[in-house]
Write a protein that binds this ligand. Sequence first.
Ligand SMILES: Nc1ncnc2c1ncn2[C@@H]1O[C@H](COP(=O)(O)OP(=O)(O)O)[C@@H](O)[C@H]1O
Ligand SMILES: CC(=O)N[C@@H](CCC(=O)OP(=O)(O)O)C(=O)O
Length: 301
Amino acid sequence: MSDTSTAAVPAAGPARPPAREPARRRDVGGRIAVIKVGGGAMTDEAVRRGLARDVVESARAGLRPVVVHGGGPQINALLTRLGLEVRFVAGLRVTTPEILDVARMVLAGRLQRDLVGDLNRHGPWAVGMTGEDAHTMTAVPRETVIDGKPVDLGLVGEVVAVRTGAVRALLDQGRVPVVSPLARGADGRVYNVNADLAASALASALGADRLVMLTDVEGLYARWPHSSEVVPSLTARELEQLLPALSSGMRPKMEGCLRAVRGGVRTAHVLDGRAPHAVLKAVFGTGGSWPGTVVTADQGG
Ligand SMILES: Nc1ncnc2c1ncn2[C@@H]1O[C@H](COP(=O)(O)OP(=O)(O)O)[C@@H](O)[C@H]1O
Ligand SMILES: CC(=O)N[C@@H](CCC(=O)OP(=O)(O)O)C(=O)O
């Protein structure tokens, strides 16, 4: 993206042609892809920079990428240093007010800034925000039932409404929004939202073409904890049946994929963000050439 003036950001308008237009890989013109970068895939700076390069390349090719990031391992590391508890239930962090403060610092403070910085090495592309900004994500406390009993997760949010205006305004300027998974509650409090579920809610609300979840494994393993076989594809119905058996981080990730395709997103992908050009393979690939696991809508549904 080229800014002719450094004095002011141009007013919102149609995306302007990129400075260098690479060969179009297929007709992605104007389509939105929500790319969720997991904390595990962000730990290595070289990997993060490679991801940023690919995101910018996809934008130069006409796609409208929106980045949502996680940061579970990084939050765990700071909590441990501070002597605070790290506890997950069904893949969601039990979040006290003290833990929320730490999560907010890590997500909106460090990680979002790192990603925005990586993207902006290539030009004035990225603008960071959180789901709190401009009421982009509104949440209520997430209800979780384990073995028939309700479990109190504290300040964990379930996104119940998404206002896409702020994200769309950035996309219309040709920018890449980078969104941290925090939401404002209808009660005015701040909630910690699992990043996979935040990305999924945003993808559905934006009418995205694809949701891409970049993680630290090749995809959904069929016989976890064995990693010998990746499930290449699943329909929404097949995934719905599998979901209760999934554990730890894969539970919210696959729940996010299911919600997204049920919410109108054409395909949802889970793949290893550390593999070379994972982003480009997921956003420009076609059936048969996708790495990882792809979730599609039900046939005829
Ligand atoms: N069936 C499965 N297939 C692959 N990974 C699984 C599975 N079940 C649990 N996992 C775990 O889920 C992790 C990915 O989730 P998570 O740690 O939340 O990643 P991210 O930070 O990318 O969101 C993997 O590293 C793996 O340990
Ligand atoms: C409620 C909840 O679990 N929130 C997550 C938000 C970050 C996240 O989801 O990061 P990954 O994508 O790296 O897992 C957490 O506190 O860890």
